[in-house]
Design a protein around this ligand. Structure first.
Ligand code: ADP
Ligand code: MG
Length: 421
C-alpha cells in the first residue's frame, strides 16, 4: 500500500465511485453505529482510506470523530495496524498532554459495501493547511508559528522517544487544531443540539441540502481554482486585508497515523508526501526518526511564509526527484559527497564526485536570504528562524537534532518567555 498520500484537501469531495463493494460506507445524518452508541452528525473530512464523521457518543454525551475505513481486505489490514499504533499512543498518554490524537474506541460495522473497521477518535478542529489558506498564504506571525511548532515537537518527541514510532507523513494537513477556526463549526462552542435519530424531517431536509450542495459545488470549485491562482501569485491576494486571527486557539495535535510505523519495523520504502520528503528517502539510504524532523522543518517554514519550502517538478531531461535534490542544494548547500553517493538510488542522480548528473547550474541561496529577500522578514527574525531550521535540514540524518533537542532550542524557549510575559 502506498504511503505517500495525495493532498486530499486539494479536492472537495471523496471519489463517489469508491462507494461500492470494498470501498467507502455511505453514511446518512442520524445513522447509528456500535449498537446505537454513536450517531452520525455531519461529515468532517475524508482520505484515500476512509470518510470521517462528527458523531455524538450517547454513552458519554460527547462529540467524537468517527473514522470509517473502506472495507476491502487491504484497508481492513491497514486499519488494524493504525489501531495498534493509536492504542499505544493513548495507553501511554493517560493525561492527554502529548499532542497526538487519542483513540476512544474501535469496532466493526457491517454495511452494504462490506465490513468496515471504525475508529472513534477525539474530535479535533481544522488542519494547519486550512489555517494557512484561511490566512491567505501570507505566513503566520512568528509567535503563532512557535506555538504550533512546540505542539508538533511535543507530539514527535512522544512518538519517537517514548514509543519508537515514526509518523512518516507529517505535513500541515495532518496537524489539526484542537478546535475549529470558525466557532460556529465547533459542536461544543456553538452549543449544537445533537441529532438523535434519522427522522423523516431530517431525511427531507437532507434531500434539500443535497440539492443546494450541488449548486454550491460549482461555485466552490471556482473558489478553489481562485485560491490556487492566488497561491501561484496570478491574482493580487496581497491587496486583500488580512484576516483576523484573534481568538483562534493555536494548540494542535498530530493526526493520521495511517502510515506510521515502528522504527524497528519500517514498512514501506517510499514514504512521505513529496514536498515533505527527506533526502534519504529519495536516495534510499535507509530511514528512521529524522525523516519526521525533516518534514517538521518544511512544515514550520510553510507556516511562517505561507509557501512550501520545496515544490519540485519534473523538467526537460530531469525527473521530479532530481529537481527536488537540486532545490534542496540551492537552499541548503551541496550534499556532502559521502551522503550523496550512499544510497541505493544515488547512481541514478549523482556522478562519482557527488554532483547531480543532469542538473548542472545551481543557484545557491540560503534560508535567511530567502526569508529577507522574498518574504520580507526582518534580518534578526530571519537569522534566528534560519538558525533554528538549518540543523534540522542537515543532509546527514543522524546529525539532525531530535524533537527533544529542538524543544530546548533558544528560538522556542524565547517564545515561551514572551508568551508568559
Ligand atoms: P485517511 O487515513 O483516510 O487519510 P485521515 O485520518 O487523514 O484519513 O482523516 C481524513 C480527514 O478527516 C482529515 O484530513 C481531517 O479533515 C478529518 N479528520 C480526521 N481525524 C479527525 C479528528 N480527530 N477530528 C476532526 N477531523 C478529523
Ligand atoms: Mg490522511
Amino acid at each position: 500500500m502506498s504511503c505517500s498520500s495525495s493532498s486530499a484537501s486539494e479536492e472537495e469531495d471523496e471519489d463517489m465511485d469508491s462507494y461500492r463493494k470494498g470501498g467507502y460506507h455511505a453514511v446518512r445524518i442520524g445513522d447509528s453505529f456500535a449498537s446505537g452508541r454513536f450517531l452520525a452528525q455531519r461529515k468532517l473530512g475524508w482520505g484515500q482510506f476512509s470518510t470521517v464523521w462528527l458523531a455524538y457518543d450517547t454513552q458519554t454525551s460527547k462529540y467524537v470523530a468517527l473514522k470509517i475505513q473502506k472495507s476491502a481486505p487491504e484497508f481492513v489490514q491497514a486499519a488494524l495496524h493504525e489501531i495498534e499504533i493509536l492504542s499505544a499512543i493513548v495507553e501511554n498518554d493517560p493525561k492527554n498532554e502529548k499532542c497526538v490524537v487519542q483513540l476512544v474506541d474501535h469496532f466493526k460495522h457491517r454495511g452494504p459495501n462490506g465490513q468496515h473497521s471504525c475508529m472513534v477518535l477525539e474530535f479535533l478542529g481544522d488542519s494547519i493547511l486550512h489555517l494557512i489558506r484561511y490566512n491567505r498564504y501570507k505566513g503566520l506571525n512568528l509567535i503563532k508559528v512557535r506555538e504550533i511548532c512546540r505542539c508538533i515537537l511535543i507530539g514527535l518527541d512522544y512518538l519517537h522517544r517514548e514509543l519508537g514510532i515514526i509518523h512518516t507523513d507529517l505535513k500541515p494537513e495532518n496537524i489539526l487544531l484542537l478546535s475549529t477556526i470558525n466557532p460556529s463549526k465547533d459542536p461544543i462552542r456553538s452549543k449544537m443540539t445533537p441529532i438523535l435519530e434519522r427522522s423523516e424531517a431530517s431525511l427531507k431536509g437532507e434531500v434539500a441540502v443535497n440539492a443546494i450542495e450541488k449548486k454550491l459545488k460549482q461555485r466552490a470549485k471556482r473558489a478553489v481554482a481562485k485560491i490556487a491562482a492566488e497561491r501561484r501569485g496570478a491574482i493580487g491576494a496581497v491587496a486583500k486585508p488580512e484576516r483576523c486571527l484573534d481568538g483562534i486557539d493555536f494548540r494542535c495535535k498530530i493526526v493520521d497515523l495511517g502510515n506510521a510505523c515502528w522504527a524497528n519495523k519500517p514498512i514501506a520504502e517510499e514514504i512521505q508526501t513529496r514536498q515533505y520528503r527527506a533526502p534519504e528517502v529519495i536516495l534510499q539510504s535507509g530511514y528512521s526518526f529524522p525523516v519526521d524532523m525533516w518534514s517538521f522543518a518544511c512544515t514550520a517554514f510553510e507556516l511562517a511564509t505561507g509557501e512550501m519550502m520545496f515544490a519540485p517538478k519534473p523538467g526537460q531531461g530531469f525527473s521530479e526527484d532530481e529537481d527536488h535534490l537540486a532545490l534542496m542544494m540551492e537552499l541548503l548547500g551541496k550534499i556532502p559527497r559521502k551522503v550523496a553517493i550512499g544510497g541505493l538510488r544515488s547512481k541514478d542522480y549523482f556522478d562519482r564526485h557527488g554532483d547531480l548528473k543532469r542538473i548542472r547550474r545551481l543557484k545557491y541561496s540560503s534560508i535567511s536570504r530567502l526569508l529577507v529577500d522574498k518574504f520580507k522578514f526582518q534580518e534578526t527574525d530571519a537569522r534566528e528562524f534560519a538558525e533554528f531550521l538549518n540543523p534540522i535540514l542537515d543532509f546527514a540524518p543522524d546529525k539532525r537534532p531530535t524533537a527533544q533537542q529542538c524543544l530546548r532550542h533558544p528560538w522556542l524557549r524565547q517564545a515561551a518567555a514572551k508568551t508568559v510575559a
